[in-house]
Design a protein around this ligand. Sequence first.
Ligand code: NDP
Length: 329
Amino acid sequence: RCFRSQDCDPGALQEQTVAVVGYGNLGRSVALNLHDSGCKVLVGNIGDEYRTVAAEDGFTSCEIAEAVAGAEITLVLLPDDVIPDVFPDAIAPALRAGSAVCFASGYALAYGLVDPPAGVDVLVIAPRMLGDEVRRAYTEGFFSYISVEHDASGQAEPRLLALADAVGSLRRGAVALSAKQEALLDLFVEQTFGPYLGMALQTAFQVGTEAGLPSEAMALELYMSGEMARTLQAFADQGFFRAVGHHGTTAAYGGVTRLSGVDTEGMLAFFRQTLADIRDGGFAERLQQERDAGYPTLEAVREFTDSPSPITDAEQNLRKEFPVLRATG
Ligand code: NDP
């Protein structure tokens, strides 16, 4: 099922205060969007600089439990792996009977990492958009997956749709997808397509530069020029096969004839194995263990990505030469 603004009754949010818990990437955008849609917003965050930013943005900001207790709708916008720690003590006991709790990803619900009280509506609005882009896309809207996971009030769906519209999503559209499916879809694509794309980019850079191609030209070719990003956009605008068909003869012939050299069996096996591991909860279990151990794997990766590398050098040289390529974010 698909939903757009005309499917919602904005009255379903009337007189309701929304608590935005977590004023991070997505939390700030969502709070500002809700405010612009006329909602009364309370921000709940731990007492650090994010709470100060919320106050500077004009919001009443307080401890998480206080915000939840003062609201009819609570949006849980904490990092997925953090939610299981914060939810039982700071959120669940403060949720009022008849209120709603809404997550921005299916993760915590899909793997049974939270246990919302029975008298509360449980909703999911999972944007298909980066956190800060959710703010920029307020007027034109952005896609999201939405779901009612538990309807305690009998009004969960109108509430969900009104909330999705107030956040800005329904101006573009939302698709109904359960928390379990949303989590599987999101994790599956980022753990299969993502690593292949990243590895293909690094391997092409390595082999090309080994053969004497300038590293700056390799970076420009692979992503810095924006041609690759536009190619992906053309898949959306024209259709995947049509856009591929629009490539010139040389690119089309070269690409197609190299397909037979791709290890599709290996790729299929990797994708299927990864999907099964995510679906069975193996990945979620390891992620929570990683958090409990203080993120040793992520620390090691950060050390690696922060250290000097030929790719980073090439990017910096290009940025120096072409100010239009200045780093953002
Ligand atoms: P962030 O990493 O930006 O963190 C969100 C907030 O959580 C911050 O205010 C942070 O405060 C707070 N926080 C972190 N640790 C704790 C803790 N132990 N106790 C209390 N508060 C804590 O998260 P995102 O905005 O990226 O993600 C939020 C949700 O939105 C997730 O469910 C994610 O899957 C979903 N989502 C995110 C998107 C994105 O592009 N970012 C897109 C679509 C969905 P502090 O840093 O001060 O600790």
